[in-house]
Design a binder for this molecule. Structure first.
Ligand code: ZN
Ligand code: ZN
Length: 409
């Protein structure tokens, strides 16, 4: 138990110092579930020790969310209240550093009307829009991490009791975030450097397109001119470094939203909006999904694709070796933060503007002209496996192997 407390403490410290990189006089906001109060207090204390002047809490409550979705009308759900709008505007305008701690039960919204879920996912207000823009453009620092909860652990370790399952999930989180290391901060610096080197190499090639081949998959993904591969670290508008996702194993860019053709099969279940989608496959033509299938959750998937015009196009292409520590754990986490860092993935919906040179200075129309997808949604799905091969193809049709048997060449 003592050992666990020490690890939790190290985790909180790593998140605040390396993830969010809290500086003197920063204001930060933490979004975390009400049943993670012990961990929340550690994070708050680390933030103050790092010099934060204020911590704004945004407590999350899965059961309240479920009750709201059950009893509120679609119209009520689609509205944002002025007091929430004000908080969002405050966070965006004051560049408050954002920490999100994920621990939800992946099944929390099972059985809820997909139309109601779609209504809340589509919530569009100037406040949420401002936070979204400030986050996507890295104007403010933001970090997403995870915490183990009994309900989530039940999904990952169905045969274990509540307590051992939760402890196992915590251990898996600690392993994936390198907390087991004698010096997690140093281990993170090494990992960051490794990923940055891969990204620099891909940026030099400036491939015209990528070709994915695997069982159930034969897909060509065009890349926009002047695309930028990014990895691990980011820098906010004041020059403070931060790490958006912990764990992170990916190197990613944006595809050309109009040049994706062929078919692809997902290799892991997708936890989306409180439901689990399995056996997903897509056929693309000129960048758009023309056929979608799923063994479970097909109606949720169809609603998702209809969210807006960009929801049926891709906004992210990410490379993750099948040998990543998360992949090697052999676990399916039913949580995108972990599963996407175990596997090559793609995302339906919005591209990150920084994925193309000068993108953060562009408006939506200019981004679209540059080939980047624009949408309210961004949903990652996993396609990687030990059987995947990826080639980079240059504008002169020169073929360069990038991945073989699920790993970097
Ligand atoms: Zn990604
Ligand atoms: Zn993504």
């Amino acid at each position: 138990m003592n050992d666990f407390h020490t690890q939790l403490q190290k985790y909180a410290e790593l998140i605040i110092k390396i993830g969010l990189n809290v500086q003197k006089n920063d204001e930060i906001t933490i979004s975390i579930a009400i049943d993670q109060v012990e961990f929340a207090h550690l994070l708050i204390e680390q933030a103050y020790l790092a010099g934060a002047r204020n911590v704004i809490m945004q407590w999350q409550d899965d059961q309240k969310r479920r009750l709201d979705l059950t009893y509120q009308s679609e119209k009520e759900l689609a509205q944002i209240k002025p007091y929430r709008e004000d908080l969002q505007l405050y966070i965006a305008n004051n560049r408050v550093k954002r920490l999100s701690v994920l621990s939800s039960d992946p099944d929390v919204l099972i059985g809820i009307d997909p139309r109601k879920i779609a209504a809340t996912q589509k919530l569009n207000s100037s406040g949420t829009q401002a936070v979204k823009t400030a986050t996507e453009n890295n104007l403010l620092s933001w970090t997403v991490v995870a915490a183990a909860s009994p309900a989530w652990a039940k999904k990952v370790f169905p045969n274990e009791n509540k307590q051992t399952g939760t402890m196992h999930l915590w251990q898996a989180i600690f392993a994936a975030t390198r907390i087991d290391n004698a010096d997690p901060v140093a281990a993170w610096q090494i990992q960051k450097q490794k990923l940055i080197t891969k990204a620099a190499m891909l940026n030099q090639y400036q491939f015209d397109r990528l070709h994915y081949l695997a069982p159930g998959t034969d897909l060509t993904i065009g890349l926009p001119k002047h695309h930028v591969w990014e990895a691990a670290g980011a820098t906010n508008e004041h020059g403070d470094e931060f790490i958006p996702n912990m764990p992170t194993e990916e190197v990613f860019t944006a595809p050309d939203a109009n040049r994706i053709d062929g078919h692809i099969r997902a290799t892991k279940p997708l936890s989306y909006a409180g439901t689990i989608l399995t056996g997903i496959s897509f056929t693309f033509k000129n960048g758009r999904v023309v056929k979608a299938d799923a063994d479970q959750g097909l109606s949720t998937l169809k609603h998702l694709l209809k969210t807006d015009a960009g929801a049926s196009r891709l906004g992210e292409v990410a490379l993750v070796p099948d040998l990543s520590p998360i992949s090697q754990s052999g676990l399916t986490f039913f949580n995108t933060l972990f599963d996407e860092n175990a596997s090559n993935h793609l995302a339906l919906g919005a591209a990150y503007p920084f994925s193309v040179a000068g993108g953060t200075e562009m408006n939506q129309l200019q981004l679209q002209v540059a080939g980047l997808n624009v949408s309210q949604i961004h949903v990652d799905f996993m396609v990687g496996s030990a059987k995947m091969a990826i080639d980079g193809i240059t504008t002169n049709d020169e073929v360069v192997p990038i991945f073989r048997n699920g790993d970097w060449v």
